[in-house]
Design a protein. Structure first.
Length: 496
């Protein structure tokens, strides 16, 4: 998985606040539309001329059209060169290797336009959706925008085979990577350049999975994705090999899911500062991230309980109930503290790790007192209870200990740093980045989405950058809002 930093950016800090792009001088390109092609000598010229005519008539800003030639072997390079010479605002970028993702990454990285877009050469998508696609990026409202063929108001003409493959693929993304965008593979997308500078180096795929990987990482980082319903007509002469593309996409899903599960991606680079919206202020009396923390804690607790019961059963075969209970509870408590530290409360890095484990052992002692006391009471009442009765009593005692453990974790071991006094403006004592993990997916604990940015009390730069130490995201602890994680449904609109 790529984690290098593009030229001109830093590995730390956050993205600048989104602002409406200023209206530049006449002819200044605000939009750069990339058309990746491979052996498209027949469709390239009508596509470029139709797109140029549409933009010249309807787009109120300067624009550029870039033909990204993916090592074509037919007359495509000559057709592209002729278009660049005869049509204003058209340029050609030749690549000697194939791959749509490679072409988009290369051209977008070189472009000076603040808004970058791409569309397929067949122009299956109605161009009337182009201005609605890029308008939220120009206004500063959104970070990425995608055309969707799967919303209620989209109008799509295509065969049953492609319809089935498309919907199945998006169901796989929802189930395995917890994706919330509706259409990953529609060849009609746009991104702000400042976002692309940070996001593109993290995207490893160079082929058709490039789109999906880009969107999954952006969504996990809490970036805002705007969806536009499109009118789309299938190209019967499409050269896409469905089976090979599907296999490559599934491999990409496994790779990205694994990287997200182990926290291998520095998604904190994509954090957005908040504060330009009055609703971003913290609402008094509402604990930040409580719901998400409960979900993460319950998931970790369920796994910890299974681990505890398994260990108890193993130890009980060789020792008495009290030693077996103590050993099983100790080992499961260490694992529980480590998992909750990273997954539920989003604390990353080694700072204060020993302290957190020590505090976790105190919580363990309380749990030990509850469960051991329950066993002692059972033994006094029943004499020699059966193994099943012991387990039942331990389950009940562990449930009580679990509730107390969450309260102690939240209030004492991993307190919300916004509730603590600050030593100076913008400075927060650091345990690492906080996040709230969500439910597990097919690939492991992929977590819920978080809204990137900072909390209301950490809007000035400090040792954690403008993002502050808190986040609401998946297992990798992406910085985000903890007090108000706004998400929308699966209809059209913004994914935040």
């Amino acid at each position: 998985m790529r984690t290098d930093t593009p030229a001109g950016t830093t590995a730390t800090g956050t993205l600048p606040a989104r602002e409406h792009l200023p209206v530049g001088a006449a002819g200044t390109p605000v939009l750069d539309v990339v058309i990746p092609v491979f052996n498209e000598e027949k469709d390239l010229e009508p596509c470029v001329r139709r797109l140029h005519d549409h933009l010249a008539r309807t787009f109120p800003y300067g624009f550029r059209i870039t033909v990204a030639d993916n090592a074509s072997t037919d007359r495509t390079p000559r057709v592209a060169a002729a278009l660049a010479a005869s049509v204003p605002g058209v340029r050609v970028r030749r690549l000697e290797q194939k791959g749509r993702g490679r072409a988009l990454r290369t051209v977008w990285a070189e472009s000076d336009a603040p808004v970058l877009a791409y569309m397929d050469v067949d122009l299956s998508t109605d161009l009337k959706a182009l201005l609605p696609l890029v308008a939220p990026l120009i206004s500063g409202h959104s970070d990425l925008a995608i055309g969707s063929r799967l919303t209620r108001s989209s109008r799509v003409v295509r065969g049953a085979k492609r319809e089935f493959v498309s919907r199945t693929y998006n169901l796989i993304l929802r189930g395995s990577l917890a994706a919330r965008f509706s259409d990953a593979q529609c060849g009609f997308k746009a991104i702000r350049r400042d976002v692309a500078e940070r996001l593109l180096p993290m995207v490893e795929d160079t082929g058709w999975f490039f789109d999906t990987e880009l969107l999954v990482l952006a969504e996990r980082a809490g970036l805002r994705i705007h969806e536009v319903p499109v009118d789309w007509v299938d190209d019967p002469d499409s050269s896409v090999h469905i089976v090979r593309t599907a296999v490559d996409d599934l491999k990409g899903v496994l790779r990205v899911g694994r990287a997200l599960a182990v926290g291998a991606l520095p998604l904190d680079r994509l954090a957005r500062p908040f504060g330009d919206d009055p609703r971003d202020g913290r609402i008094t009396g509402v604990p930040g991230g409580l719901a998400r923390q409960l979900v993460g804690f319950c998931a970790v607790g369920a796994l910890s309980t299974l681990l505890y019961l398994l260990l108890y059963s193993v130890f009980r075969a060789g020792v008495g109930p009290q030693p077996a209970n103590a050993a099983a509870l100790l080992l499961s408590a260490v694992a529980n503290t480590a998992a909750n530290r990273r997954l539920t409360f989003g604390v990353r890095g080694r700072e204060r790790a020993v302290r957190h484990q020590a505090q976790g052992l105190v919580v363990f002692g309380i749990g030990l007192a509850l469960t051991s006391g329950s066993l002692a009471a059972l033994d006094a009442a029943a004499g020699s209870p059966s193994r099943g009765t012991e387990l039942a009593v331990l389950v009940v005692a562990n449930l009580a200990a679990t509730v107390l453990r969450f309260l102690l974790y939240r209030a004492w071991v991993f307190p919300d740093r916004r509730d603590l006094p600050r030593s100076g403006a913008g400075t927060a004592p650091g345990d690492g980045t906080h996040s709230a993990a969500g439910a597990t997916g097919a690939l492991g604990m992929t977590g819920t989405r978080g809204a990137a940015g900072v909390t209301s009390d950490h809007r000035t730069a400090g040792p954690h950058g403008a993002a502050g130490p808190h986040g609401a995201a998946g297992v990798h602890g992406v910085p985000g809002m903890t007090s108000d994680d706004r998400t929308t449904g699966m209809t059209t609109g913004d994914r935040r």
